[in-house]
Ligand binder design. Structure first.
Ligand SMILES: C[S@@+](CC[C@H](N)C(=O)[O-])C[C@H]1O[C@@H](n2cnc3c(N)ncnc32)[C@H](O)[C@@H]1O
Length: 240
């Protein structure tokens, strides 16, 4: 089935961070990330980019409560060099205990409370000489890019490419199977916010080479975009 991409507002983005429905929905998201194998999909793409380096800088866009990368930190703490991590989200919801746990694992994690477009405006681009150093960040995102379309999505992809040495994202796959899965989330106890947003997210998700086609072609990038896990779609973009 070739589903047209439709982007609609998600309820979680419009609920106050301390609304009980939002808190519950973020719990649901943690379980959905397990179902989507998000930690594994990000980790296996990051391993070859980080192992053997002296240091790594990671920026997570739309990081939510920061729990996804914390799972990754737990699994890679002994294998990777020291990591500096910026957790960017427009909602300030990373708990102090989460930040402390990163610290115990040797990761220097910072919360960046900002809209991603303001952050792009305030973050200088890297010159060609900088982008392959450890100081140029690897930018990652999970269940984030599908919020955007048209000019906004294009601005985001160009802005990321101008600042990153690599970019990895895991997004909902726009497929009939993922749509079916999103409609069954009540079975695992997800609340109304999550059930609504999951269906909206799959319809706004990606398929084929949607993201690669929007990626800038003014520098040499190795782009790999494909179905990932049961319900996901992954782009791995690495400067060559
Ligand atoms: C579906 S949640 C995913 C959260 C997290 N990545 C995860 O996997 O649990 C999307 C996140 O993007 C954030 N977000 C949406 N639009 C944003 C924007 N324009 N700038 C920064 N964050 C944004 C929301 O606040 C939310 O935390």
């Amino acid at each position: 089935m070739n589903m047209a991409r439709v982007v609609q507002p998600e309820w979680l983005d419009h609920l106050p961070a301390d609304d009980p429905r939002a808190i519950r929905s973020r719990d649901d998201l943690r379980r959905i990330n397990v179902l989507m194998s998000a930690t594994r999909l990000l980790g296996e793409a990051l391993d070859p980019l980080i192992a053997g380096r002296n240091h790594a800088r990671i920026v997570e866009l739309g990081a939510g409560d920061g729990s996804l990368l914390l799972r990754l930190a737990r699994s890679r703490a002994n294998a990777w060099p020291p990591v500096t991590l910026d957790l960017l989200d427009m909602q300030p919801i990373v708990a102090p205990a989460t930040l402390a746990r990163y610290g115990e694992l040797g990761w220097a994690a910072n919360v960046v409370h900002a809209d991603v477009f303001d952050w792009l405006r305030d973050t200088p681009t890297n010159s060609n000489a900088d982008v392959n150093t450890d100081e140029a960040p690897i930018i990652v995102a999970n269940l984030f890019l599908h919020h955007f379309e048209g000019q906004h999505l294009s601005e985001l992809l160009h802005g990321i490419a101008a600042r990153a040495r690599a970019f990895i994202c895991v997004e909902p796959r726009r497929s009939s199977f993922a749509l079916l899965g999103s409609r069954l989330l009540g079975v695992i106890g997800c609340n109304a916010v999550t059930r609504h947003d999951a269906v909206v997210s799959v319809r706004a998700g990606f398929a084929d080479q949607d993201l690669s086609q929007g990626w800038p072609s003014d520098a040499a990038w190795d782009l790999r975009e494909h179905a990932a896990g049961l319900f996901g779609h992954r782009l791995v973009a690495v400067r060559t």
